[in-house]
Design a protein around this ligand. Structure first.
Ligand SMILES: NC(=O)c1ccc[n+]([C@@H]2O[C@H](COP(=O)([O-])OP(=O)(O)OC[C@H]3O[C@@H](n4cnc5c(N)ncnc54)[C@H](O)[C@@H]3O)[C@@H](O)[C@H]2O)c1
Ligand SMILES: [Zn+2]
Ligand SMILES: [Zn+2]
Length: 346
């Protein structure tokens, strides 16, 4: 088969690799139908995720069809159409029992990270019973690729951790695919205002069509000033950090109102300053989370009923063997006006 292989910072190739085989009875081999590229894959390509070693197949999102199952797999059989979760979970360890799949003692985020991933013609999925989801007949499979990672991430780490409630004022810092996924799923709870903040005007325009109510382009506007105006000086109820740099986390702690919640989603590589000298008396909560994907079955239902329309996030299409071009496009997202790129294994 062919796969996208990482060869150290800045080096990748679409090359021949052996088709994966069942290693443990709980494994399944899935033929990829559609996959995509995540912002995290770009971090890997830059060398920001040093656990990813030379020779690793990248990718942690996708839908496919089960090709083979180990003797211990009971929920799936050859021919089943499946959604692949970016998080692998055994369903049996202490963390899995608490619904914290991201910390599974024999899983977590391993796909395209510690084991070979989904930007390939075939992938091995460990703990298949708990890490795959059946795709309902007639579903838009392409749209479901958004459920592997970005929608559960925006929802769990941003909206649930951020305790978004009816009538609230929510600020989302970063209008990339994750910030937009938080925007889409925040609307389950009918907040009064959703304020999007990003220096990329195109992404703010997209946010407008996704239901946001206020827009701040922080390449020319002071966010703190505008938020003061918009909230009568009070600050927001929920501030969702969806970028992953110190400045945006610090901004969230600046715009949060008394009693509010700062929900961090971004992957951070540097320490940020926490101004406890001003925050200690503000009754605020700060949360962090690695996506658990425990809400995937619920999100699947909302997609089925068209309450959630994740295909809005897809801007570009490629064949899987054009993955190098797909990286070019996704890597120049602002210029290309790209959100999510879909690659189809034809
Ligand atoms: N916690 C988790 O489990 C989890 C899971 C997946 C992704 N993530 C992280 O979420 C973050 C967002 O992911 P993404 O795919 O949307 O990334 P992205 O790079 O596509 O989008 C980030 C957005 O932030 C904007 N931005 C940059 N600087 C900014 C600033 N100073 N102020 C406001 N906006 C700014 C960019 O213009 C862009 O639109 C990343 O850090 C990613 O690694 C976390
Ligand atoms: Zn991802
Ligand atoms: Zn587990």
């Amino acid at each position: 088969m062919h796969a996208l292989v990482y060869h150290g910072p800045g080096k990748k190739a679409w090359e021949e690799k052996p088709v994966p085989e069942i290693i443990k009875p709980t494994d399944a081999i899935v033929k990829i139908l559609k996959t995509t590229i995540c912002g995290t894959d770009l971090h890997i390509m830059k060398g920001d995720v040093p656990e990813v070693t030379d020779g690793r197949i990248i990718g942690h999102e996708g839908v496919g069809v089960v090709e083979q199952t180990g003797s211990g797999v009971t929920n799936f059989k050859k021919g089943d159409h499946v959604l692949i979760s970016c998080i692998t979970s055994c369903g049996k360890c202490d963390y899995c029992k608490k619904g914290m799949y991201s910390h599974c003692e024999d899983g977590g985020w391993i796909l395209g990270h510690l084991i070979d991933g989904t930007q390939a013609e075939y992938v091995r999925i460990p703990h298949a019973d708990n890490s795959l989801y059946h795709i309902p007949a007639g579903a838009d499979e392409e749209a479901l690729v958004m459920l592997s990672d970005i929608l559960p991430t925006g929802f769990e780490c941003g909206v649930l951790n951020g305790r978004v409630k009816p009538g609230d004022t929510v600020a989302i810092v970063g209008s990339g695919p994750i910030g937009l996924a938080a925007l889409l799923t925040a609307q389950f709870y009918s907040p009064a205002e959703i304020i999007m903040i990003d220096p990329d005007q195109n992404r703010l325009e997209v946010a407008k069509t996704f239901g946001a109510t206020q827009f701040i382009n922080n390449s020319w506007e002071s966010v703190a000033e505008r938020i003061k105006e918009l909230t009568n000086g009070k600050g927001v109820d929920t501030a969702i950090e969806a970028v992953g740099i110190p400045a945006t986390f610090e901004l969230c702690t600046e715009i949060i109102g008394p009693g509010g919640t700062v929900a961090n989603i971004g992957v951070h590589g540097k320490s940020a300053t926490l101004h406890l000298e001003t925050l200690w008396a503000q009754n605020i909560t700060i949360t962090t989370r690695l996506v658990d994907t425990v809400t995937t079955p619920m999100l699947l239902k909302t997609v089925q009923s068209e309450k959630l329309k994740p295909n809005q996030l897809i801007t570009h299409h490629f064949r899987l063997d054009q993955v190098m071009d797909a990286y070019e496009t996704f890597g120049n997202a602002a210029k290309e006006k790209a959100l999510k790129v879909i690659m189809t294994n034809e």
